[in-house]
Design a protein. Sequence first.
Length: 126
Amino acid sequence: MAKHTAKWKDRPDSDDFTAALNYLTLQFPAAKTKHLVEQARNARRLERTAKDILRASNLPLLPRDELHVAENIKKIHKGKPLSPIVLVQGDLTKSRPFIIADGFHRMCAACHEDEDAPVAAVMVKP
């Protein structure tokens, strides 16, 4: 089967930051969460391979047929650009985990299509 590489937008969509905010409130106090999301809004886009993001997150690769993963795989096949994912950098020396604040399903779809392909993201340090 031929690999399809995801295309990525330049910046995350506005609703991605809202989703990141909602998720991060489960991980950090409200003031810290607002600060992290504001940093993410201003962060430069970067790229990392799908498999490295998956490994760093310690999350399982969702199956291809999971609803949101499947929707994103269809977008990849149609050549539609995906929104970059939002990351919070971890620090193993401080026992702080790496967090995918938004975009886990997009990252899983990209990983299924080509695990060595770059995934666009913005990343902040807590």
